[in-house]
Write a protein that binds this ligand. Structure first.
Ligand code: ZN
Ligand code: ZN
Length: 372
């Protein structure tokens, strides 16, 4: 008997998502079928639903998920780290498969810049094409050959794995790989959404002496305080003047010179100019929050030269960052109660989840699949 799977489908932009049913295919060579248990709702899903990104429709949404192996295709016996795989194992996977053939994949070793035909689960695989189930907001997902599949650490619950979603590996890329936080550093993190909080957590783990979060609204900063993320918290809705924020932040740095590292995770263009003001001479700035193009902003480039600044961008995340996130979960969980970031919804409540994510009334919406 063929198993059927419900899936949340984006059919028309700006319209409610629909639940459809598809047959669950048997996995072909080097492929897997996973029973999804938790799937994250990310800011990108809000943009997709609103039609801000050119994607094929219908598409099964969901590019962050965790679940249990349902069936393994011939040849797929181990995860990417060499752990044996069996049906029932809890797994997660990198949401994209780079082409492996272009200059950025092969020469520059920067697969997030892949110019080939990069497949992204829950974003650019049409639900009309086989295997149909290519998104995580679904009872089952079909993982194609080349997927970076990894068993999740035993100490982490599936809720904890999904709690940071894309933000975890994005922060690994932007906050750790592109800039180096050193022991004793003062780090400013701009933004208190998932990427900001994840970046601040990693700054703590990397040995920062002081982590200052500049963000808002108050509820998010309160949650950060309760989780022990950040030593100082500046509410941008309370302190609306940028010059005043710069003064307050610099007062927290050695000799008022500015921060050693600034991580921008806001998505607001003007935050980049503010990052330059927060930075001490020879500081590093990671611009990780400008995923969506919100246009230009005035900056004073003289300061980049005068302060000898190192400013770096980072686009998305690849296998190295994803595995870095999964492997660091036990360490993150020793310090931070990640499950508290999550608000759960059932699969059939996907429309409410996306509405709440859009309104910013929850920090991390997660769909719980299969036991409703
Ligand atoms: Zn995402
Ligand atoms: Zn490529």
């Amino acid at each position: 008997m063929t198993t059927r799977s419900r899936a949340v489908v984006l059919q028309k932009f700006d319209q409610p998502l629909e639940i459809r049913e598809y047959d669950v295919p048997k996995p072909r060579e080097m492929s897997a079928v996973v029973r999804v248990r938790y799937a994250g709702v990310c800011g990108t899903d809000v943009h997709l639903q609103a039609g801000k990104l050119p994607v094929p429709t219908p598409v099964v949404l969901g590019h962050e998920a965790v679940g249990q192996i349902s069936a393994l295709g011939p040849g797929l016996t181990h995860d990417v780290l060499g752990n044996p795989l069996r049906p029932g194992d809890w797994v997660s996977w990198l949401n994209n498969i780079a082409c492996g053939r272009c200059r950025f994949c092969l020469v520059e070793q920067q697969p997030t810049l892949c110019t080939g035909n990069r497949k992204v689960y829950g974003i650019n695989q049409s639900a009309d094409s086989w295997p149909h189930l290519s998104g995580g907001w679904s009872d089952y997902i079909y993982l194609q050959p080349g997927t970076v599949l990894v068993r999740i650490p035993e100490v982490a619950t599936p809720q904890q794995v999904i709690s940071l979603g894309c933000a975890g590996p994005t922060a690994v890329h932007g906050a750790l790989n592109e800039v180096q936080v050193r022991f004793g550093d003062t780090v400013v993190v701009q933004g208190s959404g998932p990427v900001g909080l994840a970046s601040a957590m990693y700054a703590h783990l990397a040995g920062a002496a002081k982590v200052i979060i500049v963000g808002g609204p108050t509820a998010r900063l309160d949650l950060a305080k309760q989780l022990g993320v950040g030593h100082h918290h500046l509410d941008i809705f309370e302190i609306t003047d940028a010059a005043e924020r710069v003064q307050l932040v610099r007062q927290e740095t050695s000799r008022n010179a500015g921060a050693d590292v600034v991580i921008e995770a806001t998505g607001v263009p003007s935050a980049v100019a503010e990052a330059i003001d927060y930075a001490r001479p020879d500081a590093a700035i990671s611009v990780v929050g400008q995923y969506t193009d919100h246009g230009t902003t005035p900056i004073n480039p003289h300061l980049i030269t005068r302060k000898n600044l190192n400013i770096s961008g980072s686009w998305g995340f690849g296998a190295r960052h994803y595995i870095g996130y999964i492997a660091s979960l036990p360490k993150l969980l020793e310090h931070f109660d990640l499950g508290r970031l999550v608000t759960e919804y059932s699969l059939t409540e996907a429309n409410s989840a996306i509405e709440d994510a859009k309104a910013g009334s929850v920090l991390k919406a997660v769909l719980r699949v299969g036991d409703e």
